[in-house]
Design a protein around this ligand. Structure first.
Ligand code: GLN
Length: 233
């Protein structure tokens, strides 16, 4: 199970998610505290941020601690919306940049924490950039967003269809369009921390008070107006 995190609020640098907090994604890549599936997240990493309304991405297949350019890049990448993921590839999945989150389409960036049988997601999209289960799941979400459906409807619909095809699926998703965030808790942990904006993460990035667990099988929506959590039936 990979680990992912996002920030929505006043502009911050990507180090907010990676190296500033004691248990940021850098530490979680080799010593996650709540990970139930897999022990390290060393099969690659990816980050996304926004330059105005345009998403920018950086994906690698090396462990996050092994990229010597990363500290400088992460400190310089500042945005009101940030997303980051470290990967523990599911058995049988390729280790390649195109299989690494965040996946992108237009203004959208998406990360998946979990696994799903490909037979359950391939019918939900025409094509995907990688054979990886997460790439197919991302394609299913992007296809519907491109059709103009709202994110708050698309995520429960795709998760519901994927879980119907694979009842064992773990489908934690993190999606942003730059001005808002959405996340699904389905089979793995998810936490939020409200401050001058909102942090969303698979597990707390530090030991400050205020981290709240999002109940399993729910949808979190965050915008500058606030955060809501609703059950997914
Ligand atoms: N199944 C996805 C992959 O192989 C995500 C893995 C994960 O969450 N550990 O990359």
């Amino acid at each position: 199970m990979c680990r992912h995190a996002a920030w929505l609020g006043p502009a911050r640098s990507l180090t907010t998610l990676i190296s500033d907090p004691e248990h940021g994604l850098l530490r979680q890549s080799y010593a996650p505290r709540l990970q139930k599936y897999g022990t390290v997240n060393a099969d690659g990493f990816g980050f996304g941020w926004y330059d105005g309304s345009r998403p920018v991405r950086y994906r690698r297949t090396v462990p996050v601690w092994a990229d010597a350019n990363l500290p400088g890049l992460a400190a310089a990448a500042r945005s009101t919306c940030l997303i980051a993921a470290v990967r523990s590839a599911t058995a049988g999945m390729p280790i390649e940049e195109t299989a690494t989150a965040p996946f992108a389409d237009g203004p959208w960036l998406l990360s998946h924490n979990g696994r799903v049988g490909r037979e359950a997601v391939r019918p939900l999209a025409a094509d995907a950039e990688s054979v990886c289960d997460s790439a197919w799941l991302a394609a299913a979400v992007f296809t519907r967003l491109r059709d103009g459906l709202p994110l708050a409807d698309v995520l429960p619909a795709v998760v519901g269809a994927a879980a119907e095809g694979d009842p064992e699926a773990r489908l934690n998703l993190l999606v942003t369009g730059g001005s808002h965030l959405a996340a699904v808790a389905w089979g793995d942990t998810l936490f939020t921390h409200l401050e001058e904006g909102v942090l969303v993460a698979s597990e707390p990035l530090d030991d400050r008070p205020g981290w709240r667990a999002v109940p399993d099988r729910s949808l979190l929506l965050a915008s500058p107006d606030g955060v809501s959590v609703t059950p997914i039936d």
